[in-house]
Design a protein around this ligand. Structure first.
Ligand SMILES: Nc1nc(=O)c2c([nH]1)NC[C@@H]1CN(c3ccc(C(=O)N[C@@H](CCC(=O)O)C(=O)O)cc3)CN21
Ligand SMILES: O=c1ccn([C@H]2C[C@H](O)[C@@H](COP(=O)(O)O)O2)c(=O)[nH]1
Length: 283
């Protein structure tokens, strides 16, 4: 929690104002932040200085794992977070590739599970990584990349947290996640939980011990309409200790995640938090 609050304070103290054309808003912006999560010790990096809707964050991750491309499927899993990008962004609404209400196009999960090959067929990046790690193999390329510039025009948003690399060392699994752009008040609240949970889940289904997750953020920003709440409300609060994430131990394979796992299989134990804060969201 301290590293999150330090990043927020650093953006306020050292950030520069940048106008963002896509949203029409200004962002207080900092380049480069490195966060670390102790997954092996089960110290969940959940925000405690406001209430975090952590189930929505895990539902997003599960939707990517399942390869979803539709905001209605994300809603059914338990998160409304893709509604606005799928249905309220003018450029996407006018895009001829949009397949109708709730379609997100060829984003995250589609690239992770079915990256289109130029010579036909597709690549299931996640399955390859799971298969290797389950056999104790780390070929130094256990990478899942969502970043496919050749298909940006076919999706509602370019992926923000766009690459995950797993490493296996002495039976312990590590994760390096790379994020190009981060809405620190809203997005990072979710992204921290997702990086942590991704390593914890992958360790569990591949039969390895979880180690540390390293989360690199390049462009870390606070939108102009979020700044007052961050500076004068959230940063004035004292954090609580980190709670633990409990994952149903019956989850043993990628197939389990694809078929029967729901949000009921994830629980945060001992979550103490301050009141919710509703930050404005920029589409
Ligand atoms: N501007 C922006 N920021 C983001 O963080 C973001 C995007 N756009 N577009 C794609 C996804 C969608 N994400 C989102 C979208 C909404 C919330 C949000 O409104 N969170 C509320 C609670 C949501 C709930 O009730 O479940 C929050 O208070 O954290 C968070 C992340 C993260 N991403
Ligand atoms: O997982 C996510 C997804 C999105 N975001 C934020 C970061 C930016 O504020 C917007 C995306 O805008 P771009 O113009 O494409 O950078 O969404 C996030 O923080 N985490």
């Amino acid at each position: 929690m301290k590293q999150y609050l330090d990043l927020c304070q650093r953006i306020i103290d050292e950030g520069s104002w940048v106008s963002n054309e896509r949203t029409g808003k200004r962002c207080l912006t900092l380049i480069n932040a490195d966060l670390e999560y102790q997954v092996g010790k089960n110290e969940l990096p959940i925000i405690t200085t406001r209430k975090s809707f952590y189930k929505a964050a895990i539902a997003e991750l599960l939707g990517y794992i399942k390869g979803y491309d539709n905001a209605a499927d994300f809603r059914a899993l338990g998160t409304p977070t893709w509604n606005a990008n799928a249905n309220e962004n003018e450029a996407w609404l006018n895009n001829p590739h949009r397949k109708g209400e709730d379609d997100m196009g060829r984003v995250y999960g589609v690239q992770g599970r079915a990256w289109a090959k130029p010579d036909g067929g597709s690549v299931d990046q996640l399955k390859k990584v799971v298969d290797n790690l389950s056999k104790g193999i780390d070929d130094r390329g256990e990478i899942i990349s969502f970043y496919n510039p050749g298909e940006f025009h076919m999706g509602c948003l370019r992926p923000c947290m766009f690459q995950h690399q797993f490493s296996l060392l002495d039976g312990t699994l590590y994760l390096n996640s790379y994020q190009r752009s981060c809405d620190v008040p809203l997005g990072l609240n979710f992204n921290q939980i997702q990086v942590f949970a991704f390593l914890a889940i992958m360790a569990q289904i591949t039969g390895n011990k979880a180690g540390v997750a390293y989360h690199k953020i390049v462009n870390a920003h606070i939108y102009e309409d979020q700044l007052e709440l961050m500076e004068n409300v959230q940063l004035k609060r004292e954090p609580f200790p980190s709670p633990e994430l409990r994952i149903n131990p019956k989850i043993k394979s990628l197939k389990d995640l694809e078929t029967w796992v729901t949000m009921d299989d994830f629980e945060v134990i001992g979550y103490q938090h301050h009141d919710p804060i509703q930050y404005p969201f920029s589409v």
